[in-house]
Design a binder for this molecule. Structure first.
Ligand code: S3P
Length: 441
């Protein structure tokens, strides 16, 4: 949904210049949410290093505090301590739980709260989140006995959860979504009997890795890791978690480096979990010059430093099972496509219509304002590259990934741009504008 820009002044985005230097992107958003949530339901203390100090994880922390979980202050460079209350320890909150802009907070929380028998919870969020579908979680959870009510037949927040004793089940998820899968895995931890979650294609597997590290009895099988089995009964124990940098944030620099003449950027400490590295495969398909400088394993997740330099790019085609592995990078890949020779095609990306905004429509509209040749269709878009982007008055339409993708586009445009609502970037990358200014200097 497009919202009218606020009256605040737009951010000037100068075109031209290059990008050089080293950048360390903030902690992975998906892993940060999970570290807070799993720490809360474990026994004992969890210490998190590198947690993303941005609005979305702050929403998760605020909800946990409202249910009696002690979470220390969240600030850049400071380890975060979570005092676990155990699998059944959440107190009934005496106010509505506000998930802000964060779909991960709301959906994972639904799975966690559904099995808290005898307790009542109400969840809401900002205007964007209140318009995002929740039946995809509430429906499968109902197969385990969950009772979740909401607007329009339970699809939209505010949502009320009447905690129940849940039963284990075999559940097929309607979409390849890590948020849906994770909600079911969390509900399964306290169900009577084992639960099997079967996805149509594998989504990111951070929950599986981290739940196992916390001591859950969980196994992954099926074609391509699409079936996850949880057996309840295991106690989770507080852990020391090290959060790698977010590849979804690194993606802005990877594309910026690949499309900006003269660019030479190194992005340090990037999480390279294979369920997230689709962007690297596409950039490789495009002929981008990207090197993995040092790869290592940090607390159960692969991590590396990436160097990108400018060079000519070819068009790409993406669809099918690759989409869940780069779902958040499609807005910035649309920018890359504008700068590539030939016609790029993005298919099977209907999920983008139910993100923080309808990202297919918003990117087509905003890049269209810069003169891009984009044809939008239900499940994706066709982008004819090689035509210079022009500076324009742009709007993030409140979406963090749109804000940062448009900043990348503005760098290579002929003529300066202005961006309304740039502050949206703080949802996942509060230091983005500072990093951009530094790398351009
Ligand atoms: C996330 C999963 C993805 C992704 C989102 C974070 C997660 O959403 O787009 O930014 O942390 O599980 P879906 O599960 O809806 O695909």
């Amino acid at each position: 949904m497009a919202h009218a820009p606020t009256s605040s002044n737009p951010l000037p985005l100068a075109s031209g210049g290059s990008l050089r230097g080293t950048v360390r992107v903030p902690g992975d958003k998906s892993i940060s949410h999970r570290a807070l949530l799993f720490g809360a339901i474990a026994e004992g203390e969890t210490v998190i290093e590198g947690l993303l100090p941005a609005e979305d994880p702050l929403s998760t922390a605020a909800c946990l505090r409202a249910m009696g979980v002690e979470v220390s202050e969240i600030a850049a460079g400071k380890p975060v301590r979570v005092q676990g209350v155990g699998l059944d320890g959440f107190l009934e909150p005496n106010a509505v739980l506000d998930c802000g802009n964060s779909g991960t907070t709301m959906r994972l929380m639904l799975g966690l709260l559904a099995g808290k028998a005898g307790r009542h919870f109400v969840l809401t969020g900002d205007q964007s989140l209140r318009g995002r579908p929740m039946r995809r979680v509430a429906g499968p959870l109902a197969q385990m006995g969950a009772q979740i009510q909401g607007r329009q037949g339970g699809n939209y927040a505010p949502l009320a959860v009447a905690g129940q004793r849940l039963v284990g089940a075999t559940v097929h998820t309607p979409v390849a979504s890590a948020q849906v899968k994770s909600a079911l895995l969390l509900a399964a931890l306290t169900a009577d009997g084992p639960t099997t979650v079967i996805e149509p294609a594998q989504s990111r597997d951070h929950s599986e890795r981290m739940l196992r590290a916390f001591g859950a009895d969980l196994s992954v099988g099926g074609p391509g890791g699409t079936e996850v089995v949880v057996r309840p009964g295991a106690q989770l124990r507080g852990q020391s978690v090290v959060v790698p940098g977010d590849i979804s944030s690194a993606a802005f620099w990877l594309v910026a480096g690949a499309i900006t003449p003269g660019a030479d950027l190194t992005v340090e400490n990037v999480g390279l979990n294979p369920s997230r590295t689709g962007i690297l495969e596409v950039l490789e398909q495009m002929g981008a010059r990207i090197e993995i400088l040092a790869s290592r394993d940090v607390a159960g997740e692969p991590v590396g430093d990436l160097r990108v330099t400018h060079g000519p790019l070819k068009a790409f085609e993406i669809g099918g099972d690759l989409i869940p592995r780069l779902v958040d990078e499609i807005p910035v890949l649309a920018v890359a496509a504008c700068c590539a020779e030939g016609v790029s095609r993005i298919r099977d990306a209907e999920e983008l219509r139910v993100k923080e905004t309808d990202r297919l429509a918003v990117m087509a509209r905003q890049l269209g304002a810069m003169g891009a040749a984009i044809e939008e269709f239900e499940g994706g878009m066709t982008i004819t590259g090689g035509k210079a982007l022009q500076g324009a008055v742009l709007d993030s339409e409140t979406d963090h990934r749109v804000a940062m993708s448009l900043a990348v586009a503005a760098t290579v445009a002929t003529g300066d741009s202005q961006l309304h609502r740039p502050e949206a970037a703080a949802v996942s990358y509060p230091g983005f504008w500072d990093d951009l200014a530094r790398l351009r200097a």
